[in-house]
Design a binder for this molecule. Structure first.
Ligand SMILES: [Fe+2]
Ligand SMILES: [Fe+2]
Length: 281
């Protein structure tokens, strides 16, 4: 049986501000980029997992694939709600979302299932070292931000840690060739990077009532350089053929967050500042 838990949490992000953490505008922008990216990426992964499920012969891998797909579907749903809140304030941002969705449609149409599974497994492997850095430094990155938005990202990143090996395991079961995955790593990393760049450029074009340098500052400027270097090395190592996606250094906060969830704590506002209600005229 899979250990993954499919959680439905109500993050009320309908009135989220674009700069949801005024103490760190460039980090707010980066997380907004993730929101717009994730809607397309997670939908693509759910589609890919459904296709892969027809080929899975091991019941344990099947359990994992199904639970993984359900977690990712909820991620897409919650980030779509966040994206819609931003689109309501800046209608031109609908183009950004459409561009991401179209781009993943094109990738899906252009490549075989092996490629999609390599993309999913490879990118998901990157998330563990990257989100570990973010979760390890959550206080400085999230604490002064909107609690619902901050807690949505914290939940998503914890679930990424939880299912860190799922896509990789499905790839290994259905495709199995390390070299096929590694041969294509550059291509899918470029696709992801290009989307992130496009999203930021469009943000900068359409959302201009932001503090100076919101689009140019390093979002991680407050994180020690050593932690940034460790994370970058972890990202590189995650693509190597002998990478062990299960036994990675994990953020201590993952178990802490899980403990809160299991104890019934309201994790929709587990970090950050509650926002005052929005007054309509
Ligand atoms: Fe996700
Ligand atoms: Fe994921």
């Amino acid at each position: 049986m899979s250990n993954l838990v499919v959680r439905q949490i109500d993050f009320d992000v309908d009135h989220a501000r674009f700069i949801w953490n005024p103490d760190n505008p460039s980090f707010s922008v980066l997380m907004n980029q993730i929101t717009f990216f994730v809607v397309g990426f997670e939908k693509y992964m759910c589609r890919v997992m459904r296709d892969a499920e027809a080929l899975i012969t091991d019941p344990a891998v099947m359990d994992e694939a199904v639970a993984f797909r359900k977690q990712e579907a909820i991620h897409a749903q919650k980030h779509l709600r966040h994206a819609r809140a931003l689109i309501a304030q800046y209608p031109a941002l609908q183009n950004v979302l459409d561009n991401v969705l179209e781009s993943y449609e094109a990738v899906y149409a252009a490549h075989p299932l092996e490629y999609h599974l390599a993309y999913a497994g490879g990118l998901e492997a990157i998330f563990t070292p990257f989100f570990k850095m973010i979760l390890d430094h959550r206080a400085v990155l999230f604490q002064s931000g909107d609690a619902q938005v901050a807690s949505l990202f914290i939940w998503h990143f914890c679930e990424e840690i939880e299912h860190r090996s799922s896509a990789y395991d499905v790839y290994n079961h259905v495709v199995g060739s390390h070299w096929y995955r590694i041969r294509h790593t550059g291509t899918f990393q470029k696709h992801t990077r290009d989307l992130f760049d496009m999203i930021k450029l469009e943000f900068a074009a359409y959302v201009q009532d932001v503090p100076a340098n919101a689009y140019s500052d390093n979002p991680f400027a407050r994180i020690p350089v050593l932690a940034q270097v460790k994370s970058a090395l972890g990202v590189l190592a995650s693509q190597l053929p002998w990478h062990d996606s299960v036994n990675q250094p994990l953020p201590a906060y993952y178990s802490e967050w899980l403990g809160h969830w299991q104890a019934g704590t309201d994790v929709s506002q587990i970090i950050g500042k509650p926002q005052p209600p929005v007054l309509s005229d």
